[in-house]
Design a protein around this ligand. Structure first.
Ligand SMILES: [Zn+2]
Length: 488
């Protein structure tokens, strides 16, 4: 029995639209074929001299050559969906945002998931998760009782113990993913560098001082900030320094050194999850202000929230500028986040407008991870900038495909060449591991994508050929073009 969520597609009834001008049914295209144009011309010649010819040409030919788009579907949406799905299923995917890894691997993320009230689809009561583990691992049960989940835990432990890169490569193969971003603190030797591309974290550079105030803000920050401090410590060890550099120039040089080294180690982008810790609005303080704050607190003392914010504003812009110099795109978490205290207002993607529309940063590629959800209507207009891209990860699991379809449709109708696919696969629990995140994200996105495109074709907006071009762009081509190829 199939228990996955599926779309209910709207296919208009014929009687209902009998009055409407019709596009060629079945071709699903907004452009007339040469054949139909030729037929129209022959028909027109046959009645030439009847006096009706000019009226005929005015009505028929413009309709054939320049069809209009319509609010209601003009063709059979279900049939178009099925045709598109057949061609979308085999497209090999580039997953633009994921955290692959085993549940006990601390390098999977720079933070951990605090206790939270999960949305419906992410709960272990979701029967789709059973379908996923059956498909991926041959799970012999139909629920996640404690005893049964143990089976999954053992399976995962055995794969981890066996070592080698085969296990995670096979997960990508099962999901139809060619390449996946691995947004992790560090890469692991169980991830094949040809198929997993490293995106490293840079938030910790924003937290070099005493973080007492921000850590105490709420229980979530109490979990997050000490982990950021750990990452900064690790970067200091990497640079061979026991203390923060004496001067502000020294601190900036330390940041640049880590960026360059991580890029040489295979890093393809830098990731900010800063929306979890403060507002995404970054002011533009002069360098001296940041340098003074650094001098004041480098070796102790608690900065005021205003001082810390100004310092972080400067460092953030420094990292963005370096992202342009090094061709190291900037990935930003821009949607609602985990935990119960995530601020939707501070994390609103529109707070980034002054940065992503700043001509000084035109050389920097921005990827707005998780598409600003729930502000997905607003976020697509930021992609008007040639250097701004949108990623749909996380939305695939927060929402069911029926609503993801609406998100993708709006984006596809606006800047289809700027949207990219991601899963945000992450080892949340034994039942919802990174493997299941990949599986669920891919299936939901292919389904919602085919549905969104089918509606666009049926409404006379695009041809089926254009729809498939958009599908390749979203699932693979748009993101791949942003990075150098993996070294062989
Ligand atoms: Zn993520």
């Amino acid at each position: 029995m199939r228990r996955e969520a599926h779309l209910t597609l709207y296919s208009g009834s014929r009687e209902h639209y009998a009055e409407m001008p019709r596009l060629p049914v079945g071709s699903g295209t907004t452009h007339s074929t040469p054949r139909s144009q030729e037929d129209s011309v022959i028909a027109a010649r046959k009645i030439a001299g009847s006096g009706l010819v000019s009226a005929f040409l005015c009505i028929l030919l413009p309709l054939a050559a320049h069809p209009e788009s319509h609010a209601l579907p003009q063709g059979d949406v279900q049939a178009i969906y099925r045709r598109l799905m057949q061609k979308i299923e085999p497209i090999k995917i580039f997953d633009h945002h994921a955290h692959p890894g085993f549940g006990d691997d601390a390098d999977v993320d720079a933070q951990s998931a605090p206790p939270q009230h999960l949305p419906l689809r992410a709960r272990e009561t979701n029967p789709e998760l059973v379908v996923a583990v059956k498909a991926l691992f041959g799970y012999p049960y139909s629920d996640f009782s404690e005893e049964h989940v143990h089976w999954l835990g053992e399976k995962s432990a055995a794969a981890e113990k066996a070592g080698g890169i085969g296990y995670w490569d096979s997960i990508l193969d099962k999901c139809g993913i060619e390449t996946s971003v691995a947004n992790r603190v560090a890469m692991s030797n169980y991830l094949d560098p040809k198929r997993f591309r490293w995106v490293f974290f840079v938030d910790s550079f924003l937290f070099p001082f005493d973080n007492k105030l921000v850590t105490g803000e709420n229980p979530d920050e109490g979990v997050y900030i000490p982990l950021q401090e750990k990452v900064l410590h690790r970067y200091m060890q990497q640079a061979g320094i026991a203390h923060l550099p004496d001067t502000f120039e020294g601190y900036l040089a330390f940041i640049s050194r880590i960026l360059e080294e991580n890029q040489k180690k295979g890093g393809i982008a830098q990731k900010f999850e800063v929306a979890y810790f403060r507002s995404l609005h970054f002011a533009d303080p002069p360098r001296e202000v940041a340098a003074d704050i650094y001098r004041k607190y480098r070796s102790g003392g608690v900065p005021t929230p205003q001082e810390y914010t100004a310092f972080q504003d400067y460092i953030f812009r420094y990292l963005v500028t370096e992202g342009g110099r090094l061709h190291l795109p900037v990935h930003l978490h821009t949607a609602v986040g985990e935990g119960d205290y995530f601020s939707l207002q501070k994390g609103n993607v529109l707070n980034l407008e002054n940065v992503v529309k700043d001509p000084r940063y035109l050389e920097t590629t921005f990827v707005l991870i998780h598409g600003g959800y729930p502000y997905f209507r607003q976020v697509i207009w930021l992609a008007a900038m040639k250097n701004v891209y949108i990623d749909s990860s996380e939305i695939e699991v927060l929402l069911y495909p029926s609503e993801l379809k609406n998100v993708l449709k709006l984006w596809l109708e606006t800047y289809p060449e700027k949207i990219t696919f991601g899963t945000d696969a992450y080892p949340y629990s034994a039942a919802l591991g990174s493997e299941v995140g990949y599986w669920l994200g891919v299936r939901s996105a292919r389904d919602a994508l085919a549905a969104a495109l089918a509606e666009m074709v049926a409404a006379g907006e695009i041809t089926e050929a254009t729809a498939l071009k958009f599908a390749h762009g979203y699932l693979h081509d748009n993101a791949v073009g942003l990075y150098p190829p993996a070294s062989r």
